[in-house]
Design a protein around this ligand. Structure first.
Ligand code: ADP
Ligand code: ZN
Length: 296
């Protein structure tokens, strides 16, 4: 039976796993993201240990970014202009592929998660959908007409600008590039900076959650109006708040104001804006799917 390697390359931690399918994992390890040299050496050592027992048909990488996901570009497989210290222009896919001598599939962390959800999770059978993570940052990926979203680079859905009422919400936002873009206003660190408590510690009836839902819904409405996704999957640490998803759905309906008369929006919004079917495993499962696709 074939097995593949999967890498969820995050800005704070790496997850490396070997699996034969989304429900058949052999081993998984996680370690903090330090320097590229140290982190990639740990990654390669893990997979080499497996290769010593059985071949790997391929490896898939869902990476923090920005990255170059264009196979036709000389920079393919690199992390490009990341603010993360030391990681600028790291050829992550190239190094892993050369060290292990296997085909490598490479995409953004959120496109990988979207692919996982599309193949095995909450977006199965759909050709156009979005996966949005709301965590340390906000990022979105997805598919349109059966292809992962790329284009000029790849979507940066967290950095859309949303209306910011400075009277109602004087918090300036925490995005180092834009201040009050969506990520600057609604990421986990933004919640903590605005309210002075860790997002996880804010009680469910705290006004933070209404405001959070408003900002997230403003983002979703922009994506709905530009990409017309058939479903939106929302993951990430902040979405662990169970009261948040229903608030977001309500706000999306309110903001669209009856303009889109599709059942997805009007009567079935509970099935339109949903939690990940794979829970916290969308990203690693998606990396496995990238590996399978790269191996053909
Ligand atoms: P990352 O984005 O770093 O990959 P996560 O998606 O787990 O990781 O997001 C981490 C962020 O989510 C933290 O900054 C924290 O603010 C927030 N978070 C974690 N758990 C919760 C929770 N239970 N409720 C609200 N926010 C949370
Ligand atoms: Zn920004």
């Amino acid at each position: 039976m074939k097995q593949w390697g999967a890498i969820e390359a995050g800005g704070t931690k790496f997850v490396c796993a070997v699996g034969r399918g989304p429900e058949d994992w052999r081993e998984e390890i996680r370690f903090p993201t330090t320097t590229p040299a140290e982190t990639l050496a740990q990654t390669v050592a893990f997979f080499r240990r497996h290769q010593a027992q059985a071949p790997l048909a391929g490896v898939g990488i869902g990476s923090f970014g920005p990255v170059d996901p264009d196979p036709a570009s000389p920079g393919w497989g690199r992390i490009t202009t990341t603010p993360k210290q030391g990681w600028t222009q790291t050829d992550i896919a190239g190094e892993v592929g050369r060290a292990l001598n296997v085909p490598v599939g490479f995409d953004t962390d959120v496109n990988a998660a979207a692919l996982g959800e599309g193949r095995w999770g909450a977006a199965q059978g759909l050709s156009s959908f979005i996966y949005l993570t709301v965590g340390t940052g906000i990022g979105g990926g997805g598919m349109t007409d059966g292809r992962l979203l790329h284009g000029m680079l790849h979507p940066e859905m967290g950095h859309v600008r949303v209306p910011h009422d400075w009277q109602a919400d004087p918090y300036a936002g925490c995005c180092p590039y834009h201040g009050d873009c969506l990520e600057g206003l609604a990421s986990g660190p933004a919640l903590q900076a605005r309210w002075g408590d860790r997002a996880a510690d804010l009680p469910p009836d705290h006004p933070a959650w209404q405001l959070e839902a408003r900002y997230l819904a403003l983002g979703l409405v922009a994506y709905i109006c530009t990409l017309s996704p058939q479903r939106i999957v929302m993951g990430g640490g902040v979405m662990a708040q169970p009261q948040l998803l229903p608030l977001v759905r309500q706000q999306v309906q309110e903001l669209l104001h009856g303009y889109l008369q599709t059942p997805q929006i009007t009567t079935q919004i509970d099935r339109y804006i949903v939690a990940p079917g794979l829970g916290p495993r969308s990203g690693i499962a998606g990396a496995l799917a990238l590996a399978m696709d790269a191996a053909g």
